[in-house]
Design a protein around this ligand. Structure first.
Ligand code: MN
Length: 439
């Protein structure tokens, strides 16, 4: 089980100056993983760790044989073009590698000279997906989001009776998950307007984003076995940022009776950097369930989950229109939230629920949390909620108005963890841009 250790020591500094700035997402206390290569090169993609504004090339590090034991075994898996093999090694190996990387990158590292040769500026790299994602599940873990959306469709009964008992989810599509920086086409589909009985096929006019986080499964469980809430702390490799692009007009026509399908599976964007569960340890927060609500069933409950099951992660989502980009205007923040205020279920409860029936989660599987809307108007995670179903427009700083996304709009998600007793860590950026439909 992962607790706070030497790698989280706020006094630690790195020989990489940019890691010590206080404002970087990637101080030595973070050490998130990604898959990268030099931009525009024909190099093989391989695994790297962020330190300040640099990427530590783990293939190059592995060739130097500076590590021993579990860490040496772990770094050898990092020459792969995905993190799957590292993820499959399990928490003790991840922890051993992290401890070694922390020492090697520290300001008094005996190997600074050779390690400088393994650094690549982040400004010069391109990323691939961090893992080969075999399966992707998207949950619906914010009670505020579920209530807001429910109100639009069912004013009399916004929250269905199962919501407070079952972590609701559906199986998404992994092939259309892309890494941040991507552009994706506005989807075309069947739409049936209010009062109409015959649908038409057209480009979506109600294209939306969903501010979410992703959980990467590290250790797998065999078919027929389940993962307890306490085991799940160690099974989750880490977390990333996730944008679940959603075509609300296609969704409204297709979602009954089996849930979302083509309104969601045309694209999902995730951040390149995966912040490990161990890096998040200092930012763990209590899981609090209102006394008026049903308490979770025993398989969704543990003392550890109650004490430290949630995570204090500040979330920020911004929109940048094409005109703003052309004029050099900064993206406009539309949402400021926090994971712990939005999520009705913890990451561990999502894993325990997903496997209670014996479903086999595998290394590299991705679980989306669902739209992380908070309780306040400035912490809503979708345009559907911000515009009350498209009834209210949002004014942008340059005078443009938005109800849903227009071609050329980019959505940028950022997140960070902060506390008095730890160094601030961040998740980098998850950016995606909408291209015109091909009709
Ligand atoms: Mn979603």
């Amino acid at each position: 089980m992962i607790f706070v250790n030497d790698t989280h020591n706020p006094a630690l500094k790195s020989f990489v100056d940019s890691a010590n700035s206080g404002s970087t997402d990637f101080p030595i206390q973070n050490l998130p993983f990604a898959v990268f290569r030099r931009a525009g090169s024909k190099e093989d993609f391989r695994c790297g760790v962020a330190i300040g504004d640099q990427v530590l090339d783990l293939t190059a590090l592995g060739k130097m044989h500076l590590l021993s034991g579990d860490a040496a075994q772990a770094v050898q898996t990092c020459s792969d073009s995905s993190l799957n093999r590292l993820m499959s090694l399990g928490a003790p190996a991840w922890s051993a590698l992290r401890a070694s990387l922390s020492r090697l990158l520290s300001i008094d590292s005996p190997h600074e000279g050779v390690l400088r040769g393994c650094l690549v500026p982040q400004a010069d790299v391109e990323y691939d997906l961090p893992a080969r994602i075999g399966d992707y599940t998207d949950f619906y873990a914010s009670v505020h989001h579920a209530t807001n959306v429910g109100k639009l469709f069912r004013p009399d009964q916004p929250l269905l009776p199962n919501y407070k008992w079952v972590p609701i989810g559906y199986h998404g599509r992994s092939s259309s998950i892309g890494v941040a920086g991507q552009s994706l086409k506005r989807p075309v589909g069947q739409v049936c307007g209010a009062g109409q009985t015959v649908p038409v096929t057209q480009a979506s006019r109600r294209l939306d984003f969903e501010l979410e986080m992703g959980l990467f499964i590290g250790s797998s469980n065999a078919l027929g076995t389940s993962v307890s809430v306490d085991q799940a702390f160690d099974n989750i490799f880490g977390m990333c940022l996730l944008n679940d692009w959603s075509a609300r007009d296609i969704q409204g026509w297709e979602y009954q009776p089996l849930g979302p399908f083509l309104s969601k599976n045309f694209g999902t964007t995730i951040s390149p950097w995966v912040v490990t569960s161990e890096a998040l340890a200092p930012f763990r927060a209590p899981f609090v369930r209102d006394a008026a609500d049903p308490q979770p069933l025993p398989y969704l409950t543990s003392d550890r989950n109650s004490q430290r099951g949630s995570v204090n992660i500040a979330l920020e989502l911004s929109l940048e229109t094409q005109a703003m980009r052309d004029a050099g205007v900064a993206p406009q923040v539309l949402c400021n939230g926090n994971f712990k205020d939005a999520a009705y279920w913890t990451p561990q409860q999502l894993v325990a629920h997903h496997t209670v029936n014996g479903c086999n989660l595998q290394s590299g599987d991705l679980l989306g949390t669902g739209t992380l809307s908070g309780p306040t108007p400035d912490s809503l995670g979708s345009l559907l909620e911000m515009t009350e179903g498209g009834k209210k427009s949002i004014a942008m700083s340059n005078g443009q108005m938005r109800t849903f996304l227009e071609d050329g709009d980019a959505i940028v998600i950022r997140a960070f963890c902060q506390s008095d007793s730890a160094v601030r860590i961040g998740f980098g950026e998850c950016r995606g841009t909408i291209l015109p439909a091909t009709t």
